[in-house]
Design a protein around this ligand. Structure first.
Ligand SMILES: *Cc1c(COP(=O)(O)O)cnc(C)c1O
Length: 368
């Protein structure tokens, strides 16, 4: 039968009337750049994450980049982050001429290991970017304690974690700033690129709003050099429609995750994702298992036309573009190991039970 990794046409099928109307409304009013829907979405995201400010930008990558600029990170500074994430997390640090200082991860959560941060701090360290990978928050209490002790700014990479909670606090509300992505495959996905920064700080919010319009507070008067990075009104309109469903979708993902966990529970060769006590709301942007014969399982699933993906096959320290950091191949043993054994399975709200059963059966047959 086959199961897609993700099928966005199913969501469009039941949201078609609402989405079409929302898009036509923007085409009709014509406020394409920073129009009313952008402000409305910013308000809704700030309510959802329980922070006073949210600033829409052009992508999740730009959310990280703008937040780093607002934090004052400049060429020559050091920024600590995980060795295991989507490329953008480390890419934005490099883009500013700063140095990505990589730290290994926890084997069970795939998130940055807080116990390794302190040893990575130098007088040049300016900020830390923990990533809430696959929808589960990183262990923020120890991360924040270390950051406060050393005067470091914390930018949460919450691109995969909208609505996720750490001990009851929303992702994006714990650090100094949070960066979200509305890339179509995220839990709240647009019809193209989009992103948002959340913050409790009036100063950071002002800075981000200025940076996204070329650094001008008043049009054509520039106190600083920023960039052109706005969330399109059309994207905001699409996202506003989907916001209403976001919580239900996250609950549905949790149900699918629980069902996978149950099906794989008696199979020690399939390590299911670990949800920590502190992850009081895990949004399962991905459902990621660990299997020893990962590449064989991938091949088998592809033959059966069952969607799967390796997030991520190459940790940052092994990326050719970061060879200049001078890391040895074995330097981050956990992320090195994890990159060779992780596999993400289909987990989207519109998946059917029959489809999930097909995935389960195939994985059990293939894993050793
Ligand atoms: C998707 C993602 C980003 C980048 O978001 P874009 O909107 O694709 O630019 C950054 N970090 C993580 C962890 C992501 O998953």
């Amino acid at each position: 039968m086959g199961v897609p990794l993700l099928d966005m046409s199913r969501q469009y099928a039941y949201l078609k009337a609402e989405l079409d109307a929302a898009v036509i409304a923007v085409l009709t009013h014509g406020g394409f750049v920073l129009g009313p829907e952008v402000t409305m979405l910013e308000q809704q995201v700030s309510q959802l994450t329980r922070v006073p400010h949210a600033v829409g930008v052009a992508s999740g990558t730009d959310a990280l980049l703008v937040a780093l600029i607002a934090a004052g990170v400049e060429a020559g500074d050091e920024v600590i982050t995980t060795d295991f994430s989507f490329f953008a997390t480390a890419g934005v640090i490099h883009r500013l001429g700063a140095k990505p200082v990589l730290v290994d991860i926890e084997e069970d959560t795939f998130n940055l290991d807080p116990g390794l941060i302190e040893a990575a701090i130098t007088p040049g360290t300016k900020a830390v970017i923990p990533v809430h990978l696959f929808g589960q928050c990183a262990d923020m209490d120890p991360i924040m304690a270390i950051a406060r002790r050393h005067n470091l700014i914390v930018i949460e990479d919450a691109a995969q974690a909208i609505g996720s909670e750490y001990r009851g606090q929303k992702a994006g509300s714990i650090g100094d700033m949070g960066a979200f992505s509305f890339y179509p495959t995220k839990n709240l996905g647009g019809a193209g690129d989009g992103g948002m920064i959340t913050t409790n700080s009036d100063e950071f919010a002002d800075a981000c709003a200025m940076i996204r319009v070329h650094g001008a507070k008043r049009k054509y008067y520039h106190d600083m050099v920023g960039l052109n990075s706005r969330l399109d009104t059309l994207q905001a309109a699409v996202l506003l429609v989907k916001m209403k469903y976001l919580n239900d979708w996250s609950l549905k993902r949790q149900q699918w995750a629980a069902r996978y966990n149950e099906a794989f529970a008696s199979r020690p060769e399939i390590r299911t994702p670990v949800t920590k006590d502190y992850a009081t709301f895990h949004i399962f942007n991905q459902y990621t298992i660990v299997v020893n014969n990962r590449d064989e399982v991938v091949e088998g699933l592809r033959k059966a036309e069952i969607g799967c993906m390796i997030y991520y096959p190459v940790p940052f320290h092994l990326q050719p573009c970061f060879a200049y950091l001078g890391h040895a191949p074995q330097e981050f043993p956990v992320s090195g190991r994890v990159a060779q054994s992780v596999l993400s399975l289909p987990i989207y709200p519109e998946m059917t039970q029959d489809e999930q059963d097909e995935v389960i059966e195939a994985v059990i047959k293939l894993a050793r």
